[in-house]
Design a protein around this ligand. Structure first.
Ligand SMILES: C[S@@+](CC[C@H](N)C(=O)[O-])C[C@H]1O[C@@H](n2cnc3c(N)ncnc32)[C@H](O)[C@@H]1O
Length: 420
């Protein structure tokens, strides 16, 4: 069946002239930020530009009245929760009651990273943009509640170096807003492609970037939590140990391994490294987006990420909020786990896609669990170092064989075109 036409299809082409290097830089930046192509990247830059214009003056907590509840409007409701369409600052300052939320589980838009020869302006701008949200989160979170922020790192465009924006955000939240860092987590995506290709595959001076930081913060050092809610299956060696018993002894590290370690607690406490491939089936969601020609959200997190923190840090009936709701993954997980929830999202298009998670029925959480991933220990392959010299210029130029390959391609005109 032919797809229904969208009201406002993208049928217009604009040519922009770029040098070959500029084009490579655009593609590398798009790639490192997770955009499929240069067009999407340029749309992202434009939306950031519009956002910056509207941000205007500096934020002061007394500007709260700038964010009335009317900034958000109901979009969809379910048995346990609701989706609000609009600017979540309207919800945080104009609708939500102070000290009312048990968990804020979210993934904010990643930082706009611009190459600056001086300092860390990109990171500072991101922090300034985040300030009203930081104030809002502090206002609405219960003392026993938690704030969990999944935030990916970013590469400086055109350069094999990293932005500090997500670390600066963490420092700001702790040092300026008084949040406590309960524990940092790392979400490792084992299926992540080797990106950014230019530095990883072409110039070979960096390694695959496959880990997101997840900051778990709280207003008090003692938010409610219980790690017995999120135990993982025992490893084979632990199962053997439980079966055959363990001889208490002092380890070379000085740790005294007592016979308490041979007690079966029903599972082991997980590490703060969460191995979750972002490949889970989004069946209904993707089908709906494709059928109705709606943009698929480019930065969805897998359901297991919010599931882990919701189970770990909240009880059924508690209130979970995602102020950067996107395709409402947090909402559908909370609904399945019988938590009350609110997701706010600026883009109506993303919400039209998200609807498929709740209508006509709530999409259940994926059944397959506990698939273990192996991480090979580093330096496991022998290498003859004389045959593999380091790149003395640190990757500043493409290696000669890549240049030869580039010459073998059809000639590129003085400027190359990128469609937006
Ligand atoms: C990284 S995405 C979240 C994706 C989401 N976790 C998911 O799995 O689908 C961040 C989202 O925040 C939204 N956003 C940005 N500013 C916002 C605001 N002030 N209020 C509500 N949503 C906002 C963006 O439109 C974007 O969809």
């Amino acid at each position: 069946m032919a797809r229904p036409r969208v009201e406002n299809p993208r049928t217009k082409f604009t040519n922009i002239r770029l040098t070959e290097n500029e084009r490579a830089e655009f593609e590398s930046a798009a790639d490192s930020l997770g955009y499929k192509n240069v067009s999407e990247y340029i749309r992202f830059l434009h939306s950031q530009h519009l956002g910056e214009q509207s941000r205007g003056e500096e934020w002061h907590p007394e500007n709260e009245s700038d964010f009335p509840g009317s900034l958000v409007q109901p979009f969809l409701s379910t048995e346990h929760g609701e989706v609000l369409w609009g600017d979540s600052r309207g919800y945080l300052f104009g609708k939500a009651k102070p000290n009312s939320i048990d968990l804020i589980m979210t993934s904010p838009p990643f930082g706009l990273v611009r190459k600056k020869s001086y300092g860390n302006e990109d990171a500072d701008r991101y922090c300034d943009w985040f300030r009203p949200f930081a104030d809002g989160f502090h206002r609405v979170l219960k003392d026993s509640g938690s704030l969990v922020i999944d935030i990916g790192g970013a590469w400086q465009p055109g350069q094999p170096t990293r932005s500090l924006y997500h670390f600066k955000l963490l420092v700001m939240l702790v040092e300026e807003y008084g949040f406590h860092l309960c524990q940092e987590h790392y979400w490792w995506n084992p299926s992540k492609l080797p990106t950014p290709a230019e530095w990883v595959n072409v110039r070979r001076v960096r390694v695959k970037d496959a880990v997101n930081t997840v900051w778990w913060l709280a207003k008090s050092p003692y938010p409610k939590a219980n790690n017995k809610r999120i135990l993982q299956p025992y490893s084979k060696s632990m199962q053997d140990l439980l079966k055959n018993g363990y001889k208490a002894k002092l380890r070379p590290s000085g740790h005294n391994i007592s016979d308490k370690f041979s007690k079966d607690n029903g599972g082991s406490v997980p590490p703060n490294l969460l191995a979750i491939a972002n490949t889970e089936s989004n069946g209904r969601y993707l089908d709906q987006c494709r059928a109705e020609n709606i943009a698929i959200h480019p930065a969805r997190f897998p359901t297991q990420l919010p599931e882990y923190f919701i189970r770990f840090l909240t009880d059924p009936g508690d209130l979970v909020v995602d102020p950067f709701g996107g395709s409402c993954v947090t909402g559908v997980v909370a609904e399945n786990l019988h938590r009350r929830w609110v997701c706010c999202e600026l883009s109506e298009e993303y919400l039209l896609g998200a609807k498929a998670r709740f209508v006509p029925t709530v999409q259940p959480l994926p059944k397959e669990r506990g698939f273990p991933y192996a991480i090979t220990s580093p330096c496991a392959l022998p290498v003859e170092e004389n045959n593999v010299p380091l790149f003395g210029d640190g990757g500043a130029k493409r290696p000669p064989e890549m240049k030869r390959n580039a010459l073998a391609k059809p000639p590129v005109p003085r400027s190359s075109k990128a469609a937006i």
